[in-house]
Design a protein around this ligand. Structure first.
Ligand code: C2O
Ligand code: CU
Ligand code: CU
Length: 508
């Protein structure tokens, strides 16, 4: 970023610390309501609940003392309405693009898919973590412009988990999500039902994102300062929004609560903890329940990652607890003195059986490099997956129902959260290697021991932190559907600038 532009942005930016904290109640996104049953894809034998969600601009306050911010939302709220789905019960969702035709955040027309011959505002919805047919998955090039809509079918044939939906339009995903296009998609099943976890009012979703906000309360995307090349390699804001509010508070009873937490930041890794030594008991990962709860002092979540936690406030009656990220205050939790009724919910000692996929079942190992583009002329440095650009021929073509090991060789200085659409996977291990050697010889020379995943990520995942200078291995069964999907870095600035590739599941 050029120094001048930096100064200008800082001058107009709000210092969140100047606001009165904890004056807004934590918003809980509304539930999405079905409009009745509809026939699925002209097949009269199959009917599914039908939802219609309109993408539109609203103005809403991020904090009591700020002017309303312009936001782009699903159905008028940020986060959008929460879907409550049940395993095995499919749903049809029509996503109606009623956004303005002009974007309010700076488009970089040099980026693939965002060229000036394309409509400025485009959108396609992806349900992150969902198992959906390729045409329903939100392929980045399947966008639609304002005035159009697209209907997708979600079979919901997968374990209970907290998924989330968000925009995925080619070349502008980072701007659309920044503007507010995200929401929750909760899947439940019988296994979860039997566990007697806190539910109803005692289950609270927390969508956390950092934004840069102007003094008059508007979202500001920290662009490069060059009007023709506004893309920046990463974005960090100092204003943390929890369910769309800055410094909200939430009132709880002295009992157990379940929090479904997800990181909606463009590029920031969250490192969450509670004050007062309140213990977080993690019961689930991206793709559902862990085999058994684990206690976490700090919860590390990369963009796109989720955690399911239970906190027992029984010992904190009458106290206030803060949710922090590193040195930032995020939210105040006010624990009341009384419970409305007895707390019979539990965080049981065993949750859901989990079987490791044996490495021996893998038919193939792919070594995939994460590297900076070597062509130094391309001025803003971009990161590539296996040296390939988005539009190069598809190279990853796993066979349907086969198991593969994907080995991410990260030679860059950044951690990249790598996400695969359609599938869930398990993390095998990470291992330090000599990145310098690798860049000159193309060979991996390990310099450290094999490290197992942390207990907090030792369950089903769909997004994995590929740490800097480490080889991170995952094991995946490519089940569900044939066809084209994508895998990408979930740092949205990277994703929008070539750190995304198609992959294709092919028949045996
Ligand atoms: Cu969270 Cu490809 O997406
Ligand atoms: Cu996804
Ligand atoms: Cu990245």
């Amino acid at each position: 970023m050029c120094a001048l532009a930096g100064t200008r942005i800082r001058a107009a930016s709000l210092n969140p610390e100047s606001l009165v904290k904890f004056v807004d109640r934590l918003p809980i996104p509304p539930l999405a309501r079905s409009l009745g049953l509809r026939t699925v894809r002209g097949n009269a034998a199959v009917q599914a609940p039908y939802y219609r969600i309109t993408l539109r601009e609203i103005h809403a306050k991020l904090h009591r003392d700020l002017a309303p911010a312009r936001l782009w939302t699903y159905d008028g709220s940020m986060p959008g309405p929460t879907f409550q789905m049940r395993r095995g019960e499919g749903a049809l969702i029509e996503w109606v693009n009623a956004l303005p035709t002009h974007h309010f955040l700076p488009i970089d027309h040099r980026l693939h898919g965002a060229e000036s011959d394309k409509p400025e505002v485009r959108t396609v919805v992806h349900v992150h973590g969902a198992k959906a047919a390729t045409g329903d998955d939100g392929y980045p090039e399947n966008w639609c412009a304002p005035g159009k809509s697209a209907t997708a079918y979600y079979p919901n044939q997968q374990d209970a988990a907290m998924l989330w939906y968000h925009d995925h339009a080619m070349g502008i995903t980072r701007l659309n999500i920044y503007a507010g296009l995200f929401g929750l998609y909760i899947l439940r099943d019988e296994v979860e039902d039997t566990l007697n976890l806190p539910r109803g009012d005692y289950e609270i979703p927390l969508a956390i994102c950092d934004r840069q906000v102007t003094r008059d309360g508007q979202l500001e995307y920290p662009a490069s300062g060059k009007p023709d090349a506004p893309w920046v390699p990463e974005v960090f804001g100092e204003a943390f929004l929890v369910n769309g509010k800055l410094f909200p508070f939430v009132e709880v009873e002295p009992r157990k609560y379940r929090f479904r937490i997800f990181n909606v930041c463009n590029g920031r890794f969250l490192n969450l903890f509670l004050s007062g030594q309140a213990v977080m008991r993690q019961i689930g990962t991206d793709q559902g329940l862990l085999p058994a709860p684990i206690e976490v002092e700090r919860l590390l979540l990369a963009p796109g990652e989720r955690a399911d936690i239970v906190v027992d406030f029984a010992y904190f009656a009458g106290h206030e607890i803060l949710l922090h990220d590193s040195s930032f205050d995020l939210m105040q939790i006010r624990v009341g003195k009384q419970r409305r009724s007895d707390d019979s919910s539990v965080a049981p000692a065993t949750l859901r059986p989990f079987a490791r996929i044996p490495e021996s079942s893998a038919v193939r190992t792919r070594e995939l490099s994460l590297m900076e583009e070597t062509n130094m002329v391309a001025e803003p440095m971009k990161m590539l997956l296996n040296g390939a650009h988005w539009d190069m021929p598809v190279t990853e073509k796993p066979v349907l129902d086969s198991v593969e090991i994907w080995s991410f060789i990260n030679a860059t200085d950044d951690t990249h959260p790598i996400h695969l659409h359609l599938v869930r996977f398990q993390i095998l291990d990470r291992r330090r290697f000599d990145a310098f050697d690798y860049q000159s010889t193309g060979k991996v020379r390990y310099t450290g021991p094999v490290e197992p995943p942390s207990p907090s990520e030792a369950g089903w995942k769909d997004t994995v932190r590929a740490d800097s200078k480490m080889v991170t291995r995952i094991i995946v069964k490519f089940e569900g559907y044939l066809g084209r999907y994508v895998w990408h870095c979930h740092v949205l600035e990277h994703e929008d600038n070539e750190m995304m590739r198609p992959y294709e599941i092919v028949p045996a």
